[in-house]
Ligand binder design. Structure first.
Ligand code: PHE
Length: 411
């Protein structure tokens, strides 16, 4: 009898980990991720999966998906929204009978917003947990680290919201359900030139983020092509708290706006310091601003600024309003774009799992690649030959505690 105890414990651990995590504090997920890092010492305890060979299914009565996202750290709201959106989609799918007669379960690891942690988490999801598919992450730098591992192991990965073009260039197992930054950067350049009639704009980029560097490049090129002038590009590093030197240099050049393609955690503080220095011009940004924390951090200083995003929760489309109210009922807040895209990514994954002849990595990959006109909350999803979604973007104006829809820009 005694030798069954370890087996029972293992089974129990699996079931607990497979359950929804929303009742557990984010820190417990952090611990799990740390254990992964420590336990493996940078390599997997299980033998590495040979290139292109899918791992076996996790259990006979469930299909296990893996998620690695930022539940703690500077971009914590990104991860929490992402996890919530995925869990909501899985819950609905399970209530509707699951997939191939099996229930869907998900294991979620916190990557703390760090690419190294993100890579470790994916290694563990693949080699130890034997997930059949990976969802994540938000910040492109994390997804780049994850995509490398998923591609090498032949496990399909869908990033809901990473917009840097190089993420899906990691290989044919890597997909995304959002638009890419060459489009997003164009959207803000066009909006700045045509709607706001700007002719001189400064740029303040995060030089630690692949996303920010990529957007800076596109925006400066497009804005210049459209006849505008870039007064200069200043840089900061994610986690900095004092931006006065850069803002002082920007002020001297007298721009009519400042493009800040960063994450909300820094953008809110940048807005306040800009106002303190007497820089009254609006800030312009991208989807990385999308967080309830932006309003808290930026206060009145960020109001009247504009950013490009994937969807607006104010869209009257009944499908979108149903999602907003279901999400509110489950989690108690208005879903941001991360939640909507995570919900969409999980639904695209579920749709592919239903259509795939089996649950091997290749079969799932081929089914995802067929995604056409899938009705997402953040727009219809058709994946192109580069495994990217081509969709419209919205421009939002920051108000008091929420953002207002301004316009939609089509690709
Ligand atoms: N697009 C951002 C990136 O690639 C992530 C992001 C998406 C953040 C949507 C907020 C909303 O890094």
């Amino acid at each position: 009898m005694r030798r069954f105890v370890p087996m029972l414990l293992a089974a129990l651990a699996f079931m607990v980990a497979g359950c929804e995590k929303k009742t557990q504090p984010a820190s417990s997920d952090t611990d799990t991720s740390k254990q992964a890092a420590q336990g493996q010492g940078g390599t997997a305890t299980a033998p590495p999966t040979p290139e292109g060979t899918p791992p076996p299914p996790a259990a006979s009565d469930t299909l296990l998906l893996g998620v690695a996202t930022s539940l703690t750290g500077g971009q914590a709201t990104f991860g929490v929204s992402t996890r919530n959106g995925i869990e909501l989609a899985l819950k609905e799918a399970n209530e509707a009978g699951g997939v191939k007669g099996k229930k869907l379960t998900v294991r979620v690891y916190d990557n703390q917003g760090k690419p190294e942690e993100a890579a470790q988490a994916v290694t563990r999801l693949i080699n130890q947990d034997r997930v059949i598919l990976i969802l994540g992450d938000v910040a492109s730098s994390n997804s780049l680290a994850m995509a490398e591992k998923a591609q090498a192991a032949g496990v399909p990965m869908i990033t809901p919201s990473s917009t840097n073009p190089t993420v899906t260039e990691k290989g044919d197992f890597i997909f995304r359900v959002c638009f890419i930054d060459p489009f997003q950067g164009f959207v803000m350049a066009k909006f700045g030139r045509e709607n706001l009639k700007l002719s001189k704009v400064a740029v303040l980029q995060d030089n630690k983020s692949a996303y920010s560097i990529g957007l800076t490049d596109v925006f400066t090129r497009k804005f210049t092509e459209m006849g505008g002038k870039i007064t200069g590009v200043e840089s900061y590093s994610q986690g900095d708290t004092d931006y006065r030197a850069q803002l002082t240099a920007i002020k001297k050049a007298q721009p009519e706006a400042i493009y800040v393609p960063g994450y909300y955690s820094e953008v809110g503080v940048i807005a306040r310091q800009a106002r303190e220095l007497g820089l009254k011009v609006p800030l312009l940004g991208g989807d990385g601003w999308d967080s309830e924390k932006l309003y808290e951090l930026g206060g009145t200083a960020i109001q009247g600024s504009y950013f490009s995003n994937h969807y607006s929760p104010d869209n009257p489309d009944p499908r979108i309003q149903k999602f907003v109210s279901d999400y509110k009922a489950a989690y108690g807040g208005v879903p941001d774009a991360l939640a909507a895209l995570a919900y969409d990514a999980a639904n695209v994954a579920i749709d592919a799992l239903k259509k795939a002849p089996d649950t091997s990595g290749k079969a799932i990959r081929d089914a995802i690649a067929q995604t056409k006109g899938f009705p997402g909350i953040a727009g219809a999803i058709t994946l192109d030959e580069k495994r990217n979604a081509v969709k419209p973007a919205v421009v939002l104006k920051v108000g008091d505690g929420k953002s207002e829809y301004v316009t939609t820009v089509n690709p």
